[in-house]
Design a protein around this ligand. Structure first.
Ligand SMILES: Cc1cc2nc3c(=O)[nH]c(=O)nc-3n(C[C@H](O)[C@H](O)[C@H](O)COP(=O)(O)OP(=O)(O)OC[C@H]3O[C@@H](n4cnc5c(N)ncnc54)[C@H](O)[C@@H]3O)c2cc1C
Ligand code: FES
Length: 245
Protein backbone atom coordinates (compact mmCIF):
# COMPACT_ATOMS: atom_id res chain seq x y z
CA UNK A 1 0.00 0.00 0.00
CA UNK A 2 2.26 2.72 -1.27
CA UNK A 3 1.83 6.31 -0.05
CA UNK A 4 1.65 8.89 -2.82
CA UNK A 5 2.71 12.38 -1.75
CA UNK A 6 2.38 14.49 -4.93
CA UNK A 7 -1.19 15.62 -4.33
CA UNK A 8 -2.24 19.08 -5.44
CA UNK A 9 -5.18 21.19 -6.48
CA UNK A 10 -6.44 20.79 -10.03
CA UNK A 11 -8.97 22.56 -12.21
CA UNK A 12 -10.83 19.99 -14.27
CA UNK A 13 -13.27 20.15 -17.17
CA UNK A 14 -16.27 17.84 -17.19
CA UNK A 15 -16.14 15.81 -20.38
CA UNK A 16 -19.31 13.83 -19.65
CA UNK A 17 -21.83 13.35 -16.91
CA UNK A 18 -24.60 10.79 -17.05
CA UNK A 19 -27.12 8.96 -14.93
CA UNK A 20 -26.05 5.29 -14.71
CA UNK A 21 -28.46 3.91 -12.08
CA UNK A 22 -31.03 5.15 -9.58
CA UNK A 23 -29.65 8.40 -8.07
CA UNK A 24 -26.19 7.43 -9.32
CA UNK A 25 -24.04 9.39 -11.77
CA UNK A 26 -20.84 8.83 -13.69
CA UNK A 27 -18.69 11.92 -14.19
CA UNK A 28 -15.59 12.11 -16.37
CA UNK A 29 -13.10 14.90 -15.70
CA UNK A 30 -10.24 16.05 -17.89
CA UNK A 31 -7.35 17.82 -16.12
CA UNK A 32 -3.56 18.02 -15.83
CA UNK A 33 -3.54 15.16 -13.33
CA UNK A 34 -1.22 12.67 -14.97
CA UNK A 35 -1.24 9.78 -12.53
CA UNK A 36 -3.79 8.09 -10.29
CA UNK A 37 -3.91 4.58 -8.92
CA UNK A 38 -6.65 2.25 -7.76
CA UNK A 39 -7.65 2.85 -4.15
CA UNK A 40 -6.95 6.58 -4.35
CA UNK A 41 -9.57 9.31 -4.24
CA UNK A 42 -10.14 12.95 -5.12
CA UNK A 43 -11.64 15.68 -2.95
CA UNK A 44 -13.98 18.05 -4.77
CA UNK A 45 -14.62 21.67 -3.81
CA UNK A 46 -18.36 22.37 -3.72
CA UNK A 47 -19.67 25.97 -3.70
CA UNK A 48 -20.58 27.31 -0.23
CA UNK A 49 -19.21 24.17 1.45
CA UNK A 50 -16.16 24.46 3.71
CA UNK A 51 -15.50 20.72 3.57
CA UNK A 52 -14.56 19.24 0.27
CA UNK A 53 -16.32 16.01 -0.71
CA UNK A 54 -14.20 12.86 -1.22
CA UNK A 55 -14.87 10.43 -4.11
CA UNK A 56 -13.03 7.27 -5.10
CA UNK A 57 -11.37 7.13 -8.46
CA UNK A 58 -13.42 4.65 -10.48
CA UNK A 59 -11.13 4.82 -13.51
CA UNK A 60 -8.18 6.75 -14.85
CA UNK A 61 -7.31 7.03 -18.53
CA UNK A 62 -3.64 7.97 -18.31
CA UNK A 63 -3.20 8.62 -22.03
CA UNK A 64 -6.01 11.19 -22.21
CA UNK A 65 -5.72 12.32 -18.55
CA UNK A 66 -9.38 11.65 -17.85
CA UNK A 67 -10.57 10.40 -14.51
CA UNK A 68 -13.94 8.89 -13.73
CA UNK A 69 -15.92 9.12 -10.52
CA UNK A 70 -19.25 7.51 -9.70
CA UNK A 71 -21.38 9.32 -7.17
CA UNK A 72 -24.61 8.65 -5.37
CA UNK A 73 -26.88 11.56 -4.42
CA UNK A 74 -26.75 12.31 -0.69
CA UNK A 75 -26.93 16.02 0.17
CA UNK A 76 -26.03 19.43 -1.23
CA UNK A 77 -22.52 18.51 -2.39
CA UNK A 78 -23.65 15.66 -4.60
CA UNK A 79 -26.66 17.72 -5.81
CA UNK A 80 -24.14 20.32 -6.97
CA UNK A 81 -22.19 17.63 -8.85
CA UNK A 82 -25.40 16.43 -10.47
CA UNK A 83 -26.13 19.99 -11.68
CA UNK A 84 -22.84 20.17 -13.60
CA UNK A 85 -22.85 19.98 -17.39
CA UNK A 86 -20.29 19.03 -20.03
CA UNK A 87 -17.50 21.67 -20.26
CA UNK A 88 -18.18 23.04 -16.75
CA UNK A 89 -15.09 23.31 -14.56
CA UNK A 90 -14.53 21.89 -11.09
CA UNK A 91 -11.72 22.17 -8.57
CA UNK A 92 -10.38 19.11 -6.81
CA UNK A 93 -7.38 17.81 -4.87
CA UNK A 94 -5.73 14.65 -6.15
CA UNK A 95 -4.41 12.03 -6.05
CA UNK A 96 -5.23 11.38 -2.39
CA UNK A 97 -4.60 8.40 -0.14
CA UNK A 98 -2.76 5.13 -0.62
CA UNK A 99 -3.38 2.40 -3.17
CA UNK A 100 -4.54 -1.20 -3.27
CA UNK A 101 -1.62 -3.62 -3.24
CA UNK A 102 -2.04 -5.96 -6.22
CA UNK A 103 -1.31 -9.60 -5.47
CA UNK A 104 -0.97 -12.13 -8.26
CA UNK A 105 -3.33 -14.59 -6.61
CA UNK A 106 -6.97 -15.65 -6.87
CA UNK A 107 -8.75 -12.43 -5.91
CA UNK A 108 -12.29 -11.71 -4.83
CA UNK A 109 -13.50 -8.10 -5.11
CA UNK A 110 -16.55 -7.14 -3.07
CA UNK A 111 -18.40 -3.84 -3.53
CA UNK A 112 -21.57 -2.80 -1.75
CA UNK A 113 -23.63 -0.04 -3.36
CA UNK A 114 -21.45 2.87 -4.49
CA UNK A 115 -18.51 0.95 -2.98
CA UNK A 116 -18.28 -0.63 -6.41
CA UNK A 117 -16.48 2.54 -7.66
CA UNK A 118 -12.90 1.71 -6.56
CA UNK A 119 -13.51 -2.00 -7.26
CA UNK A 120 -14.08 -1.25 -10.97
CA UNK A 121 -10.70 0.50 -11.22
CA UNK A 122 -9.05 -2.34 -9.31
CA UNK A 123 -10.64 -4.97 -11.56
CA UNK A 124 -9.43 -3.14 -14.67
CA UNK A 125 -5.86 -3.01 -13.33
CA UNK A 126 -5.99 -6.69 -12.37
CA UNK A 127 -7.28 -7.63 -15.83
CA UNK A 128 -4.44 -5.65 -17.44
CA UNK A 129 -1.91 -7.59 -15.36
CA UNK A 130 -3.62 -10.95 -15.91
CA UNK A 131 -4.56 -11.34 -12.23
CA UNK A 132 -7.49 -13.73 -11.75
CA UNK A 133 -10.40 -11.89 -10.18
CA UNK A 134 -14.13 -12.10 -9.53
CA UNK A 135 -16.22 -9.02 -8.65
CA UNK A 136 -19.40 -9.33 -6.66
CA UNK A 137 -21.55 -6.28 -5.93
CA UNK A 138 -24.56 -5.73 -3.71
CA UNK A 139 -27.47 -3.38 -4.34
CA UNK A 140 -30.74 -2.77 -2.51
CA UNK A 141 -32.84 -2.66 -5.68
CA UNK A 142 -32.52 -3.87 -9.27
CA UNK A 143 -32.54 -0.30 -10.63
CA UNK A 144 -29.44 0.57 -8.53
CA UNK A 145 -27.19 -1.93 -10.32
CA UNK A 146 -24.08 -0.31 -11.78
CA UNK A 147 -22.32 -1.95 -14.75
CA UNK A 148 -19.18 -4.04 -14.48
CA UNK A 149 -19.69 -6.80 -11.90
CA UNK A 150 -19.39 -10.53 -12.50
CA UNK A 151 -22.24 -11.09 -10.06
CA UNK A 152 -24.84 -8.80 -8.50
CA UNK A 153 -26.62 -9.50 -5.24
CA UNK A 154 -29.94 -7.65 -5.15
CA UNK A 155 -32.02 -7.34 -2.00
CA UNK A 156 -29.80 -9.51 0.18
CA UNK A 157 -26.26 -8.83 1.35
CA UNK A 158 -22.89 -9.44 -0.31
CA UNK A 159 -22.09 -11.36 2.88
CA UNK A 160 -24.74 -14.00 2.10
CA UNK A 161 -22.96 -17.12 0.79
CA UNK A 162 -19.60 -15.29 0.80
CA UNK A 163 -17.81 -18.09 2.63
CA UNK A 164 -19.09 -20.67 0.09
CA UNK A 165 -18.01 -18.45 -2.81
CA UNK A 166 -14.52 -18.03 -1.32
CA UNK A 167 -14.16 -21.81 -0.99
CA UNK A 168 -15.69 -22.57 -4.42
CA UNK A 169 -13.37 -20.18 -6.22
CA UNK A 170 -10.28 -20.93 -4.11
CA UNK A 171 -9.98 -17.26 -3.19
CA UNK A 172 -6.66 -16.24 -1.65
CA UNK A 173 -7.16 -12.45 -1.22
CA UNK A 174 -10.29 -10.32 -0.73
CA UNK A 175 -10.55 -6.64 -1.61
CA UNK A 176 -13.58 -4.63 -0.55
CA UNK A 177 -15.21 -1.22 -0.35
CA UNK A 178 -18.48 -1.26 1.56
CA UNK A 179 -20.15 0.16 4.68
CA UNK A 180 -17.99 -0.28 7.80
CA UNK A 181 -20.08 -3.09 9.26
CA UNK A 182 -19.72 -5.12 6.04
CA UNK A 183 -15.96 -4.46 5.95
CA UNK A 184 -15.69 -5.67 9.53
CA UNK A 185 -17.49 -8.92 8.69
CA UNK A 186 -15.32 -9.44 5.59
CA UNK A 187 -12.10 -8.81 7.54
CA UNK A 188 -13.21 -11.24 10.25
CA UNK A 189 -14.22 -13.90 7.71
CA UNK A 190 -10.86 -13.54 5.94
CA UNK A 191 -9.05 -14.00 9.25
CA UNK A 192 -11.15 -17.06 10.08
CA UNK A 193 -10.26 -18.59 6.69
CA UNK A 194 -6.59 -17.49 7.00
CA UNK A 195 -6.65 -15.39 3.84
CA UNK A 196 -5.65 -11.76 3.33
CA UNK A 197 -8.10 -8.88 3.05
CA UNK A 198 -7.60 -5.30 1.90
CA UNK A 199 -10.43 -2.96 2.77
CA UNK A 200 -11.13 0.63 1.71
CA UNK A 201 -12.47 2.52 4.73
CA UNK A 202 -14.80 5.51 4.63
CA UNK A 203 -14.82 8.34 7.18
CA UNK A 204 -16.21 11.87 7.09
CA UNK A 205 -13.21 13.94 6.01
CA UNK A 206 -12.62 17.56 6.93
CA UNK A 207 -9.22 18.21 5.34
CA UNK A 208 -8.53 15.00 3.29
CA UNK A 209 -4.76 15.55 3.60
CA UNK A 210 -3.78 14.24 7.04
CA UNK A 211 -3.88 17.55 8.94
CA UNK A 212 -7.07 17.69 11.05
CA UNK A 213 -6.84 14.10 12.42
CA UNK A 214 -10.64 13.91 12.23
CA UNK A 215 -10.61 10.66 10.27
CA UNK A 216 -8.26 8.53 12.40
CA UNK A 217 -8.92 4.85 13.13
CA UNK A 218 -7.20 2.42 15.48
CA UNK A 219 -4.69 0.00 13.98
CA UNK A 220 -2.88 -2.94 15.60
CA UNK A 221 0.85 -3.03 14.87
CA UNK A 222 3.25 -5.37 16.72
CA UNK A 223 0.81 -5.77 19.63
CA UNK A 224 0.48 -1.99 19.95
CA UNK A 225 -2.53 0.15 19.11
CA UNK A 226 -1.70 3.17 16.97
CA UNK A 227 -3.84 5.78 15.19
CA UNK A 228 -3.80 6.13 11.39
CA UNK A 229 -5.65 8.61 9.24
CA UNK A 230 -8.03 7.17 6.66
CA UNK A 231 -7.36 10.07 4.26
CA UNK A 232 -3.57 9.81 4.16
CA UNK A 233 -2.46 6.45 5.61
CA UNK A 234 -5.55 4.83 4.04
CA UNK A 235 -8.18 4.54 2.76
CA UNK A 236 -6.85 1.01 2.13
CA UNK A 237 -5.86 -1.07 5.18
CA UNK A 238 -5.23 -4.74 5.74
CA UNK A 239 -8.40 -6.10 7.34
CA UNK A 240 -6.44 -7.93 10.07
CA UNK A 241 -4.84 -4.71 11.35
CA UNK A 242 -8.03 -2.68 11.90
CA UNK A 243 -9.37 -2.46 15.49
CA UNK A 244 -13.17 -2.60 15.31
CA UNK A 245 -14.51 -0.64 18.30
C1 LIG B 1 -12.42 7.92 0.78
C2 LIG B 1 -13.87 8.14 0.41
C3 LIG B 1 -14.30 7.77 -0.85
C4 LIG B 1 -15.64 7.98 -1.20
N1 LIG B 1 -16.02 7.59 -2.45
C5 LIG B 1 -17.28 7.82 -2.86
C6 LIG B 1 -17.68 7.49 -4.18
O1 LIG B 1 -16.89 7.00 -5.00
N2 LIG B 1 -18.96 7.77 -4.55
C7 LIG B 1 -19.86 8.32 -3.65
O2 LIG B 1 -21.01 8.55 -4.05
N3 LIG B 1 -19.50 8.62 -2.40
C8 LIG B 1 -18.25 8.41 -1.98
N4 LIG B 1 -17.88 8.74 -0.70
C9 LIG B 1 -18.88 9.38 0.19
C10 LIG B 1 -19.03 10.85 -0.22
O3 LIG B 1 -17.88 11.55 0.15
C11 LIG B 1 -20.26 11.46 0.46
O4 LIG B 1 -21.40 10.85 -0.05
C12 LIG B 1 -20.35 12.95 0.13
O5 LIG B 1 -19.31 13.63 0.77
C13 LIG B 1 -21.70 13.47 0.57
O6 LIG B 1 -21.74 14.86 0.32
P1 LIG B 1 -23.11 15.67 0.26
O7 LIG B 1 -22.79 17.11 0.42
O8 LIG B 1 -23.88 15.29 -0.95
O9 LIG B 1 -23.93 15.11 1.45
P2 LIG B 1 -24.06 15.71 3.01
O10 LIG B 1 -25.44 16.26 3.03
O11 LIG B 1 -22.97 16.66 3.32
O12 LIG B 1 -23.87 14.46 3.77
C14 LIG B 1 -24.61 13.31 3.57
C15 LIG B 1 -23.81 12.14 4.16
O13 LIG B 1 -22.52 12.08 3.57
C16 LIG B 1 -21.51 11.96 4.56
N5 LIG B 1 -20.45 12.94 4.29
C17 LIG B 1 -20.58 14.28 4.23
N6 LIG B 1 -19.39 14.87 4.03
C18 LIG B 1 -18.49 13.88 3.97
C19 LIG B 1 -17.09 13.87 3.80
N7 LIG B 1 -16.36 15.00 3.67
N8 LIG B 1 -16.47 12.65 3.81
C20 LIG B 1 -17.16 11.50 3.89
N9 LIG B 1 -18.50 11.47 4.06
C21 LIG B 1 -19.14 12.63 4.11
C22 LIG B 1 -22.13 12.32 5.89
O14 LIG B 1 -21.73 11.34 6.84
C23 LIG B 1 -23.61 12.27 5.65
O15 LIG B 1 -24.18 11.12 6.25
C24 LIG B 1 -16.56 8.55 -0.29
C25 LIG B 1 -16.12 8.91 0.99
C26 LIG B 1 -14.80 8.70 1.34
C27 LIG B 1 -14.33 9.09 2.70
S1 FES C 1 -9.60 14.28 7.06
FE1 FES C 1 -8.20 15.53 8.11
S2 FES C 1 -6.74 14.08 8.76
FE2 FES C 1 -8.04 12.93 7.51
Amino acid sequence: MAKIMNKKDYKGKITSIKNVALNTYEMKISSDLDNAMCGQFISILCPNKTLRRPFSIADFDKENKILTVLFKLRGEGTQYLKSLKENDTIQFMAPLGNTFKLENKNCLLVGAGIGIAPMLFLKKEMNKKGIKNYLISGFKEENEIIYGSDENVVGGSVLDNLEDLIKQKNIEVIYSCAPTIVLQKIAQLAQKLSIKSYIAMERVMACSIGVCRGCVIKIKKNNEIIYKSVCQDGPVFEGCEVVWD
